[in-house]
Design a protein around this ligand. Sequence first.
Ligand code: COI
Length: 354
Amino acid sequence: MRINFTESKVKKEKPNSENLGFGKYFTDHMFIMDYTEGKGWHDARIVPFENISLSPAAMVFHYGQEMFEGLKAYRTKNNDILLFRPDKNIERMNNTNERLCIPKINPDDVLEAIKELVKAEQDWVPSLPGTSLYIRPFIFATDPFLGVKPAQNYIFCIILSPVGAYYKEGINPVKIFVETEYVRAVKGGIGFAKAGGNYAASLCGQKKAYDLGYSQVLWLDGVHRKYIDEVGTMNVFFVIDNEVITPMLEGSILPGVTRASALDIVKSWGYKVSERRISVDEVFEAQKTGKLNEAFGTGTAAVISPIGLLDRETEKIIINDGKIGNISQRLYDTLTGIQWGLLPDTFGWTVKVK
Ligand code: COI
């Protein structure tokens, strides 16, 4: 693929790596490519990071035909820059596209676009432990048309943001509210897709949880309202009687790249690992009988995030005395060790950008 490069005349001042937070700063350039029906994806370019001009009638504003991905670039101590399993994000991107009637993109072109953009912005990859460059590819419908149908024109864009921890707690345990009023997704819907619409559906519950003093929401399945789905910004794991359990992929939860990696790592340690339905009752019961060892979330943004407290309105449980569990800590160290090139990449997951 040919990528045109237009260099930004203005170079922004880089933020202090000590307090990056998540998603607040953006680099000097972005990648952009257009889709026109009959012509396919075309005009790949890296251009200055700037506003995009769209018709107020652009279909994305009205019917939400939009998808996004999230992955990170990490600076190693040798100054190499690594991506973590970009093939998995690109595969999921095309699965999402299929569900949303967005035209698929050649996976090699997406990887090339990511690598070239990160290479162009390599000075923006922070080096402080715990920091990285978050990569946000996204696609949206641009046709100026108010009828409900799949669009014929799209923009694929990639922006970059230097980030630290997603939650203010860092790797310290988060408090989570079990949502019983709203649901995020149902099987047959778009829960498994990385679509903005899933996050829009989660905002009301998330706001309610924030207002009550919680970091996040634990979503239950939309049919029985009792099986655990996910947290919205991360997949969830429970360790009960030394069995590592995560909800199975039944269509309503996101097939997380960190989820899949955590499963492989924990299996390689010899733990009994189950992908199955797990009800919120089972988790609360396990706590009562002293069998709930720990709980944690996994996500690209959240990495490994221990869960210290669950509140389901009628009762609250404090998990592992509100402390980081052994598996959570070991997983965090192993995963980030591979990502930052501090541990051997025995699974062959990292891809070098430079
Ligand atoms: C990610 O972990 O990359 C996500 O997309 C979660 C969230 C920031 C929306």
